[in-house]
Design a protein around this ligand. Structure first.
Ligand SMILES: [Mg+2]
Length: 321
């Protein structure tokens, strides 16, 4: 890559994403220089996508560009922060300009949407690996953490759950669906919607928040573990898309509970603030669904009506992030 590295960077990456006034020096020097506003805390996160581990060989590059940024935006959203600057480290087995153009298009479109400026990075040769580091802003002391949930808080999730895992199962032949729902599910996996505005909207009255990357059961478990409590989930309240219901039928709730890669938000809200929550969500894309409540007893209890039901987490393997 070394011989044409500058050329590749100029052509595909120098003007990628939003152009922000707080970037004093972007791509092109040894390092970038940025000026954070006064009074903000910086939120920083990074995530790597590795071929064969997080995505299949031959995955569409536009989707990879989108997902590499989306998974990081989702983490920034889960803190309630406003995204700002990104670094991109790209390891490529070979230079293919058509692949790079599509990758950059997927990354750039999502970056512009969320006013993220790509300010630097690195190109090297090796097995296909995409690493993004993302920074965001927060007013000091206002971050949404995993550790604030308390007994009687309502548990809420955004969007619909289980779609991405079902899409992977369609690819593996473990699930089948008609063309239209299959395409819809595949799109949910390839182009997840990070809930950036929603994370900012619930900051201030949610008691805890996490983004659902490994599946609701696992990720809610992280909130409960950090907060020292347990939960009751009403499985019939889980938000499930028409496409997943068509594909998975009566077991759709199992996909919603165990399936990862959806990048929705799961948050807890104290009972006294649920009215504020409803008001704050009026202008936000991606509503929240109440799926249960926090309680003192540890563990997650699943209920359908008055019946306690069992859920085995095995059998929902996915490309672990
Ligand atoms: Mg996360």
């Amino acid at each position: 890559v070394a011989a044409s590295e500058t050329e590749i960077i100029d052509r595909f990456f120098t003007h990628l994403g939003a152009m922000r006034g707080d970037v004093r020096l972007g791509i092109g020097d040894d390092a970038a220089i940025v000026t954070p506003p006064r009074g903000v805390e910086l939120v920083m996160t990074t995530d790597a996508l590795v071929e064969g581990v997080h995505f299949l060989t031959g995955a569409p590059p536009r989707s990879l560009g989108h997902r590499a940024l989306a998974v990081n935006l989702s983490d920034v959203a889960a803190m309630g922060a406003v995204p700002s600057w990104a670094l991109l480290a790209l390891t490529l087995p070979e230079v293919r300009t058509d692949w790079l153009a599509d990758f950059a298009a997927g990354f750039g479109e999502l970056a512009r949407l969320h006013r993220v400026n790509l300010i630097g990075g690195n190109l090297s040769r090796g097995p296909l690996t995409i690493t993004v580091m993302l920074t965001g802003f927060l007013s000091s002391g206002t971050a949404l953490r995993r550790s604030g949930a308390a007994a009687d808080d309502g548990i809420y999730v955004s969007g619909t759950l289980g779609d991405a895992a079902a899409a992977l199962a369609l690819t593996d032949g473990k699930l089948s669906a008609a063309t239209e729902p299959a395409q819809w599910l595949r799109r949910r996996f390839e182009f997840p919607t990070p809930r950036v505005a929603l994370g900012q909207a619930v900051r201030g009255f949610a008691s805890a928040c996490i983004d659902v990357s490994d599946g609701l059961y696992a990720d809610l478990g992280r909130i409960l573990g950090a907060s020292g409590c347990g939960a009751v989930i009403e499985v019939d309240a889980l938000p499930i898309s028409d496409a997943l219901r068509t594909a998975a039928g009566d077991s759709a709730w199992r996909w919603a509970l165990g399936g990862g890669e959806d990048y929705e938000l799961c948050c807890t809200v104290p009972p006294g603030r649920s009215a504020v929550l409803a008001g704050a969500l009026l202008d936000i894309r991606g509503s929240l669904t109440r799926i249960g409540w926090v309680r003192r007893e540890p563990g997650i209890e699943l209920r359908r009506g008055d019946t306690v039901i069992q859920f085995s987490h095995s059998g929902f393997e996915h490309f672990q992030t």
